[in-house]
Design a protein around this ligand. Sequence first.
Ligand SMILES: NC(=O)c1ccc[n+]([C@@H]2O[C@H](COP(=O)([O-])OP(=O)(O)OC[C@H]3O[C@@H](n4cnc5c(N)ncnc54)[C@H](OP(=O)(O)O)[C@@H]3O)[C@@H](O)[C@H]2O)c1
Length: 363
Amino acid sequence: MIALRVAVVGIGAVGREMVRCLWQSSLPLSDEPLVLARTAREVTIDGKTIQVHEAHPDAFKGMDIVFFAGTEGEKGAARQFARPAIEEGAIVIDNGSDFRMVDGVPLVVPEVNPDDLEVLRGNGTVELPGVGEVPQRYVANPNCSTIQMVVALKPLHDAAKVKRVIASTYQAVSGAGSAAVEELEMQAHRILHGQDPGEFKVHPLQIAFNVLAGANWRFEEAGYTNEEWKMVRETRKIMHEPDLPITVTCVRVPVFTGHAEAIYVELERPLSADEAREILRNAKGIVVIDEPTQLPDGTSYRTYPTPLDAAGKDPVYVGRIRNDPFNPHGLWLWVVADNLRKGAALNAIQIAEEIVRRGIVKA
Ligand SMILES: NC(=O)c1ccc[n+]([C@@H]2O[C@H](COP(=O)([O-])OP(=O)(O)OC[C@H]3O[C@@H](n4cnc5c(N)ncnc54)[C@H](OP(=O)(O)O)[C@@H]3O)[C@@H](O)[C@H]2O)c1
């Protein structure tokens, strides 16, 4: 067996989690991952100091898989370095949103559409805007809020066909990168010490002790934000349902890690909450937390997942599974996952594991 050589580009919120997930993964790695960012320095993760090198087109020689966790856009990591990485023979798995919706680019959640990775076999090419035509060795990792939603939707879709989705998200600040985490810490500290919240750098409004229905997202078509449109377009692409009606409200909440989503699904055939619970319990990557429980005073309630339960963990947690009392085809779900793990780094590594399992990259 040949061991894999891997690189991680970007060592912010996602890149750090990527290194941690690589240390924990079953991928046969030849060595420590090569870590690249805009500036060279040492970084400490879980008490271990790693060397970060400056990203450079010549840095990818001999790499089998390169994970991108840099920022997007013209000066972003993938626009600058996807071509040299691919031309060196590596498969690129990109956390960024630059090319997710490009035709011919697989956008993959391994529990949902692993077969889409088959496009990487052979000698095809793909046209990446701003990069040009490259050999088809590029995979996009979806948006964090999309990943956890499709993991929950897929088993229900297989069982009863999803006809419509209405969702609201409650998204942690780490979804906007390490600067957003620092902003929440700083604002909370200042406010608790009787000061004003300070300068707003990432979020346009105060995020500490507040809830933002626009966060740092751009408002686009029909009054929806770009984050909301990402959830619509990416879900349709991943589920191979180009016309599935989906409407979303994305909200940023003052939580450090873990996105929560209230999802209403309308199904082709009626599905009881008990049936849905059983289907989700047996689905890959999902843990159902939805048990009847009694408090000492006799009050009864059902358990449900919170972002604190999900932070640092791999599964997508589902709770509050209940029927619409006015529509037997309607079902509510409460879906929670670690946005930096399943929502980003872990999903990217699971894509790599699937690529190796299929023999697309020989390890
Ligand atoms: N946070 C999430 O929950 C989440 C979920 C899904 C997807 N994503 C996506 O994952 C990517 C990373 O997000 P993040 O939250 O980790 O951002 P972040 O905390 O802001 O970190 C960005 C990292 O990228 C590096 N970088 C930026 N431009 C680069 C370039 N041209 N060349 C090399 N390195 C470059 C930065 O280097 P320096 O450290 O040297 O400045 C930094 O280490 C983004 O595309 C984001 O949209 C994030």
